[in-house]
Design a protein around this ligand. Structure first.
Ligand SMILES: *Cc1c(COP(=O)(O)O)cnc(C)c1O
Ligand SMILES: [Zn+2]
Length: 436
């Protein structure tokens, strides 16, 4: 398909290459897959980009007031996507804090503090904003008028916000009744037309690909290769935070596997450019009842979808992850591992992350839960320098928090329950309620 009128006609410094058959496609066209059905990679010609970017340049941009420089994605534009500036739709995404917690390090079994990159501090409360700023900017470069996604909640929140800023219509497909309240609220608030599909995420995903083809709507799920390019900036910004001191391990949750693919791709590119001398190992953590990657990785067999994925961590309740090939390729390149965590382990880890004053949504805390298992197994050495990615904000899923502390989550024993107490409106009663 050729680019519609209004598209950017300057020759971009990248192509889209099929992950399965290596066939190449034009840089800017409305396309998500190869003819063979394979997903696509953005393959950069860094030689044609405006020179290699030095750490000093990146630091200078961090202190700049120019809108692209203020973004924790577009600050790294030469490595993300050298798109013409007039198309860029940004909310100064990224710029998230890197926390350090001795308590969480000790809880996970490490001898040193655990570092946590809090992607919940993005404008709509999840790392999805990093990929979305790029996908929506490309939608504008292509002259598209509407965008759509299937979502467990955070992609739809992000897409709706960025589409509203860009003046694009937004269509959201969500699995009915399986979306955290904060996320549903955001999608409605930002004006996304929200369609609840009677089925799970995987069913919604299949439908939205068909709807986009039928109606000329631009699909911004992570099957869209430009989302992955933006999400690489988590890694770039993390390394900038660390003053380019490469950690031993990066641990993150895995659902549709776009994020783990993005971090591995960014690592491979920086390594090839000579910007980093060694690679950290990546650990992807899945929910135990939504674990197709874990099974594929431990058995060495191709990925078999999980028909009815189950977990309280709704952001990773995905049985048929679209980016599994990219993710396995990245795990091989970084000597990575896959772990799994039960809902009890995820909620226990969440209680620790929350009580450390940091806080994150359940799926985010799968990373810390999985890390604890990996340390106990001796896979991650106790002396390792580990960074866990916290993917979403604590307020995304208030039901999970209140349910945990009230002890009403089915099948979960709340070891750190901190329920609200009720008392009469007298001084004695209130003073009594302070103890306990
Ligand atoms: C999307 C999301 C994930 C899963 O990321 P994938 O790229 O789909 O593997 C994990 N946590 C949160 C909070 C998310 O929004
Ligand atoms: Zn192909």
């Amino acid at each position: 398909m050729s680019a519609p009128a209004g598209a950017d006609r300057t020759a971009p410094a990248w192509v889209l290459r099929c992950v399965d058959c290596a066939r190449e496609h034009a840089a800017l066209e409305v396309r998500y897959r190869c003819e063979c059905g394979g997903t696509l990679d953005v393959v950069h010609d860094f030689g044609a980009a405006p020179g290699p970017v030095s750490p000093a340049t990146l630091d200078a941009r961090r202190g700049s007031f120019a809108s692209a420089d203020c973004s924790g994605v577009w600050r790294f534009r030469e490595w993300v996507l050298p798109l013409a500036a007039e198309h860029i739709v940004t909310r100064a995404e990224g710029n998230t804090h890197l926390y350090e917690s001795a308590a969480l390090g000790a809880w996970a079994g490490l001898e040193r503090p655990l570092q946590l990159k809090h992607e919940g501090e993005n404008p709509t409360g999840s790392f999805k904003d990093r990929g979305m700023t790029v996908a929506i900017s490309v939608a504008r470069a292509l002259g598209m008028r509407a965008v759509a996604c299937a979502s467990t909640g955070n992609t739809s929140a992000s897409m709706s916000a960025y589409a509203a800023q860009a003046g694009l219509r937004a269509y959201v497909f969500i699995p009915e009744g399986r979306i955290a309240y904060g996320k549903l609220g955001q999608s409605l608030a930002y004006g996304g037309r929200t369609i609840q599909v009677r089925g799970n995420f995987d069913a919604a995903m299949t439908l939205v690909e068909q709807v986009c083809l039928a109606r000329g709507i631009y699909l911004v799920n992570s099957v869209n290769p430009f989302r992955i390019e933006g999400q690489k900036a988590i890694l770039f910004e993390l390394l900038q935070d660390l003053r380019w001191d490469v950690p031993d391990w990066i641990v993150l949750p895995g659902g549709n596997l776009g994020n783990s693919s993005a971090i591995a791709k960014g690592l491979a590119e920086l390594h090839a450019l000579g910007a980093i001398a060694r690679l950290p190992r990546i650990a992807v953590v899945q929910a135990a009842l939504a674990n197709p990657l874990f099974t594929a990785w431990t058995t060495g067999a191709p990925l078999v979808p999980v028909a009815d994925p189950q977990t309280l961590a709704t952001a990773i309740r995905i049985g048929s992850p679209v980016s599994w090939r990219k993710c396995l390729r990245g795990l091989n390149a970084t000597n990575g591992v896959v772990e799994q965590a039960t809902d009890q382990q995820i909620m226990d880890a969440k209680a620790e992350v929350d009580a450390a004053g940091i806080g994150a949504e359940p799926a985010s805390c799968a990373s810390v839960a999985g890390l604890r298992t990996l340390v106990a197994r001796g896979v991650v050495p106790r002396g390792a320098h580990v960074v866990a990615i916290l993917t979403g904000h604590v307020l995304k899923d208030p039901d999970a928090i209140v349910g945990y502390h009230r002890g009403t989550l089915e099948g979960i024993v709340p070891a750190r329950a901190n329920p609200p107490v009720t008392c009469d409106a007298t001084l004695d009663a209130v003073l009594g309620a302070l103890e306990g």
